[in-house]
Every structure is written in structure tokens, then in C-alpha cells.
Design a binder for this molecule. Structure first.
Ligand code: OGA
Ligand code: NI
Length: 208
């Protein structure tokens, strides 16, 4: 378990509040990174990945042109081998709720594989029909990534953009609403663990 300091979380929360996104290198410890990589490759071998679709759950369409990744949705109760990852997400929710004044209660994460030659067109992560995604988190699991592999995360800011290499251990956090981004065509298989911290369902606050 990583156990970051209060000061580290304060810096990250401030950076997220000001810039809408931030990159944290070596967020995953060596052992956590290895565990996630091993788990991803075991699920790939078991052919548990499915072609990713577009839109909310009830509106599933496969659009090869828009999005080329294959995904495996994680479940805390089933995927117990990576319990330390779910603890890390709990810690993230706790600190970001407090430091960014957010009301997040849940999360959804999937492993992702972009085969060679695939991409994900420019988009925002919050669907219109279902706007409970507050914070996006992408953990990269690619050992030995080289710039010529492409497959960057491209984050847009008006007309300009920043390209982020998906190198192992790196975490990118951004606000799900409003941050336009894309995954550029990758020249090799590209692996990540991607997900969202979710707003408490409306009304639930009154029950507590
Ligand atoms: C997504 C996404 C970015 C990445 O899955 O919505 O934008 O770098 N992923 O994998
Ligand atoms: Ni996205």
C-alpha cells in the first residue's frame, strides 16, 4: 500500500483544482505495478477482454472508428488478487473528497488493451445520459515504452495540446467533465488500468 503523505495529497489536489489535470510518476510502487501487470496479462491470456463500446451502459454500440480498445471491467469482490489497488482507490477518494470538496462514493475501473494500430478519438469521459463521473484516473502499465510507440494520451486545452507517454507506474488524473482528450494511434500493444471516481447518487446524502 502506497500511503502517501498529507502534503503530497494537498499538492496533487491543488494542482488538479487549478489545471484540471495532473501527472504523477511512480504513483504505483514496484510491487503494485508488477501485481497489476501480472493480473492484466493473466486476464488477457484467459481471453477475458471484450471490445469496448461507446455511451452509457444501456446504450452500447461498438464503434471501431471511434475507439479501438479491449477492456476487462474490474470488480472489488471478484478481483481480490489486486486488493491493494482497490485500497489505493479508497485512499484517493478519501483525500480528494476532503481536499477538493467533492462527494465521491464509488468507483468503476477497467483494464484496457489497445492493440497495435488502434486509438480513441477526442472525447470527454462524462456521458450526457449518466453524468456521475467526476474524476478520471489512468494508470499506465507499459514497461519499456518508447516515444516512437506513439499511443500518447493527448490532453487538449483550447487549440493547443499536451502529449503524455503511457509509461509504467505513471498516473494521470483529470476532471471527467470538460477535459477533452484522445489516445493517439499506437504502434504497439498499449496497456492501462483506467477508471472513474463517481459522485454519490443524488438524494443519498439525505439518508445519511
Ligand atoms: C478512456 C481514455 C485514456 C488513456 O478510456 O476514456 O481516455 O490514456 N483513456 O488510456
Ligand atoms: Ni477518456
Amino acid at each position: 500500500m502506497e500511503n502517501f503523505t498529507e502534503v503530497q495529497w494537498e499538492n496533487w489536489a491543488e494542482s488538479l483544482a487549478i489545471n484540471d489535470w495532473l501527472v504523477i510518476d511512480n504513483f504505483l510502487s514496484r510491487s503494485n505495478l508488477t501485481k497489476l501487470q501480472d493480473y492484466l496479462f493473466s486476464k488477457l491470456e484467459e481471453e477475458e477482454f471484450r471490445k469496448a463500446g461507446i455511451g452509457a451502459l444501456g446504450d452500447f454500440t461498438i464503434e471501431k472508428e471511434i475507439r479501438g480498445d479491449w477492456i476487462y471491467w474490474l470488480n472489488k469482490n471478484r478481483d481480490t488478487e489486486i486488493a491493494s489497488f482497490f485500497q489505493l482507490i479508497e485512499e484517493s477518494i478519501k483525500y480528494l473528497n476532503r481536499l477538493c470538496f467533492l462527494g465521491m462514493a464509488d468507483s468503476e475501473f477497467h483494464l484496457a488493451h489497445y492493440p497495435k494500430g488502434t486509438h480513441y478519438e477526442k472525447h470527454v469521459d462524462q456521458f450526457n445520459e449518466r453524468s456521475n463521473r467526476l474524476i478520471s484516473m489512468v494508470f499506465y502499465l507499459n514497461p519499456n515504452w518508447k516515444p516512437e510507440h506513439q499511443g500518447h494520451l493527448r490532453i487538449y486545452n483550447d487549440e493547443s495540446f499536451v502529449d503524455i507517454e503511457p509509461i509504467a507506474g505513471r498516473l494521470v488524473i483529470f476532471k471527467s467533465e470538460g477535459v477533452l482528450h484522445e489516445v493517439t494511434y499506437t504502434n504497439v500493444s498499449r496497456y492501462s488500468l483506467t477508471g472513474w471516481l463517481l459522485r454519490k447518487p443524488p438524494g443519498l446524502g439525505y439518508l445519511r
